[in-house]
Design a protein around this ligand. Structure first.
Ligand code: ADP
Ligand code: 5RP
Length: 413
């Protein structure tokens, strides 16, 4: 029997899922980030540890692998694929200082005109002393794929969107090519396209078949969409992970950088959406997962909390307000922890609702139901609060793990 491996590199950790030809899960393993390592060494350690945790008899039958990373997490590498500096994570807003320069280069209202876009990060990185050694600009998923197949500088059009890649014409646009940037931008393939076989070293080290294919990957929120089972325009997936990410499947794309809205291509349809900096990471600042579960049970989801927060860990928001200077709003904080949590869950639900209303106002298909992915999906109280705000059914996903979606991508689904 053939098996397929999906690996999700998220904010709080990495996860791997192996499925069989009927998409049934055979094994799933997790690797939480440890503070001790540098980013790239923790990514590499996670990749190799997760591979090693898959039972040998399954590894020997894996036919294809796909990896998703967090979107617009980027790094510079030398000619051998060695990172030359620290990566910039998806929500890093240092690109804000180059936005005026980008506005003179890119078309008005283009997705790259965000402080956290991959192109803004690249322009910021160009002033680093280490840039002189850099030969490739890669996304997290591209570099991790390279560790397995050994081919440097290959990406997918989901990860490449925020670099400025034109996902309608399937090419880098003229205005970007004409910059003649002194670095290789990745070659871009459709997500799930086989890039090559695992390297002989990886095949021998992990007893993977020599002809095991590594495929072009995707981003974590799109992998979560693929995992959910959503298929028809009007269906949406909200990723309630460390961040809040919305994806509403539509017949037409929507792009409006004023609100941090962009659209990913999915076959001949479009995943309209955006990624907020609010989400589970803010909850984790105040509550353990066990406290979230226990305190949520004390909340009456039929009643709206009067507390009106904008839950952020630090200054800066991407969507539905695209403002690198937006401050967190987390007061007044009630004595009762359940009341405080109710305010946080309700406020994040209001941001989610505002996001979907904006997408529909700007031309996306009408929302008819919302699947949920990520760690927050397991909270029935939150799902009920969200359903009350969204006024459409909030239903359970086929699978809430992005790694399952990447395994489906590897299988060619
Ligand atoms: N019962 C719960 N209710 C709400 N949120 C939860 C619950 N359990 C975990 N979470 C949140 O899920 C998040 C982790 O989800 P996950 O999908 O692993 O995130 P990511 O992929 O972004 O790292 C944490 O930030 C945590 O706050
Ligand atoms: O918030 C994030 C991390 O979880 C990423 O930005 C997320 O992947 C959203 O980006 P995209 O819509 O391109 O997938």
């Amino acid at each position: 029997m053939d098996f397929y491996l999906g690996i999700d590199f998220g904010t709080s950790g990495a996860r791997a899922v192996v499925i069989d030809e009927s998409a049934h899960i055979q094994v799933q393993v997790r690797y939480p980030w440890l503070e001790v390592d540098s980013l790239v060494s923790s990514w590499q350690k996670a990749l190799l540890t997760l591979l090693g945790q898959i039972p040998e008899q399954l590894r020997r039958e894996i036919k294809a692998i796909a990896i998703n990373g967090t979107s617009s997490t980027v790094l510079l590498c030398d000619a051998n694929g060695n990172p030359v500096d620290t990566p910039l994570l998806y929500n890093d807003g240092r690109g804000s200082i180059v936005l005026n320069e980008l506005r003179d280069i890119a078309p008005a209202n283009h997705t790259v005109l965000s402080a956290t876009s991959s192109l803004a990060k690249l322009r910021w990185m160009m002033q680093l002393p280490s840039f002189g050694e850099a030969r490739y600009f890669l996304h997290q998923a591209d570099w991790l794929g390279f560790l397995l197949h050994g081919k440097l500088g290959i990406s997918d059009y989901h990860n490449a969107l925020k670099l400025g890649y034109d996902v309608e014409k399937l090419q880098y646009p003229e205005w970007l090519e004409s910059l003649q940037l002194p670095i290789h931008l990745p070659k871009v393939l459709p997500p799930g396209t086989p890039i090559g076989e695992v390297s002989p070293e990886i095949s021998q080290q992990f007893l993977l078949p020599p002809d095991c294919l590594v495929c072009a990957g995707t981003t974590d929120s799109i992998a979560a969409f693929l995992a959910s089972g959503a298929k028809s325009p009007g269906e949406a997936v909200t990723s309630l992970g460390s961040t809040l990410v919305l994806k509403l499947l539509s017949h037409t794309p929507v792009e409006d950088v004023r609100y941090g809205i962009y659209s990913h291509r999915l076959g001949d349809l479009w995943l309209t959406g955006g990624a907020s900096n609010t989400g589970g990471a803010v909850l984790r600042e105040f509550f353990t997962d066990a406290e979230l579960e226990n305190l949520s049970r004390e909340i009456d989801a039929t009643k709206a909390s009067e507390l009106d927060y904008y839950p952020l860990l630090k200054v800066g928001e991407r969507f539905p307000i695209n403002d690198p200077n937006l401050p967190p709003r987390l007061t007044p904080r009630p004595e009762n922890p359940a009341e405080f949590l109710h305010g946080l869950l309700e406020s994040i639900a209001r941001i989610e609702t505002q996001g979907y209303e904006l997408l529909q106002k700007l031309g996306a298909d009408s929302l008819n139901q919302v699947y949920t992915a990520g760690g927050g999906a397991k909270n029935p109280t939150w799902n009920a609060i969200r359903q009350r705000n969204l006024k459409v059914p909030v239903i359970s996903s086929l699978n809430t793990e992005a790694a399952y979606g990447s395994a489906l991508l590897a299988m060619g689904r």
